[in-house]
Write a protein that binds this ligand. Sequence first.
Ligand code: F6R
Length: 242
Amino acid sequence: MRIYCEKDYATVSRRAAAVIAAQVVSKPDCVLGLATGSTPIGAYKQLVEWHKQGDLSFARVRSVNLDEYVGLAPTHDQSYRYFMQDNLFNHVDIAPENTNVPDGLAAGTLAECARYEEVVRGLGYADLQLLGMGRNGHIGFNEPCAEFPVATHLVDLTQSTIEANARFFASADDVPRQALTMGVGTIMHARNILVVVNGADKAEAVQKAFAGPVTPEVPASILQLHPNVTIVGDEAALGGLR
Ligand code: F6R
């Protein structure tokens, strides 16, 4: 496990972007596993800047996103497809047909989970999977539970995740109650994993995930068993690992 402890969000973002850019430069047709949430926004901004300067091309990159809310259209400004278009895809040269996000409006959610898992498997899984982490240790929308979910599946969001995400909606009542997410098994198939964490409110989850027992009660703790994990965070988030 490689740990980069940076001084603030700006340097966390630049370091995370550098790890992603290194993957794209070393394998231009790589499969990038991407995440949404507030943490990676700075890294995406940096990638867009490097692209605009002519230093980075996504022309041959394929992408697979971790998750999507059930019931939100791609045009809904809180859908994860919209987030990806807005923060990255619309500003770089990635081919639209090479970007994959679960379909939150699919009529059959179980069929959509199977289809999406097959898309990720068919691409050979991610070369690099970017992950944020929830305060309860969730990765993707894999919430604390009794057993690690293996493949892409439908989840009921926990109250803590609904409350954490309410800041993006008019009220907590507007936060969708379900989501489609890659499973922990899907994520663990990635050849490299980049976890980005920022702020003191992640410190306890980071400490439990990387310095505690491996348990589905802290989904990110499974990453201790992955051979190629890089963690990039600020001192506030990583302090508990010292
Ligand atoms: C997003 C995702 C989530 C977030 C996590 C942290 O696609 O899968 O697991 O990474 O909720 O969110 P932020 O970065 O907003 O703290």
